[in-house]
Design a protein around this ligand. Sequence first.
Ligand SMILES: N[C@@H](CCC(=O)N[C@@H](CS)C(=O)NCC(=O)O)C(=O)O
Length: 208
Amino acid sequence: MIELFGDATGNSIRAAIALEESGLTFEPRKVALARGEHRAAQYLQLNPTGRVPTLVDSDGPGGERLVLTQSNAIMLYIAEKSGTLLPSSAVERARALEWLFFFVTDVIAPNAQAFILSRDSTAAHGDAVRRLKERAFALYEHVDRRLAERPFLAGRVFTLADIAGYTITTASESELRWEALPHVRGWLERVGARPAVERGRRLFRSDA
Ligand SMILES: N[C@@H](CCC(=O)N[C@@H](CS)C(=O)NCC(=O)O)C(=O)O
């Protein structure tokens, strides 16, 4: 059995969408950050960093139990286990990884740092927050050009790269200059219309 421990945050939602899209059977286990459940001793045994998500596969490689942290490692594990979410063509597969890491390192990571700084009440970090976000969001014109000629980031098929791009783009929706991004807009609607994406987005929401 696969269990996914998480909450309604970008990192957990990426793993949740990947599982929903993969068709693998799994059980969600809510770890309510607002209630401090990620710092409970039982959860820390699974993920000593006290962060979400964590995946537990009782039937991992070689039939062994696997406990896996890091949302992007979890997505890749799900893709490999299910044989989905990465194209079979070598070129499209390389493109899927290229765009996955583009979003993870160049867009999601600086946004996460900006979020942490914006919540730090001990000092004013306004300039740093603005600079980090500007640098990340300036890249969206590059994304728009990419999506002008293909439905998904890697090419013809939906991949892990689209999941990574989708979660951060929806989270940043009010901050993007949409008039310059018509193809990103179309892609966002295309991805959001996928039933598995919608299920993954809602998985850990308390109103779901
Ligand atoms: N690089 C990790 C980041 C995990 C992470 O920072 N998760 C956040 C929620 S999105 C968390 O658990 N925060 C709780 C805390 O920092 O106390 C991943 O991709 O899984």
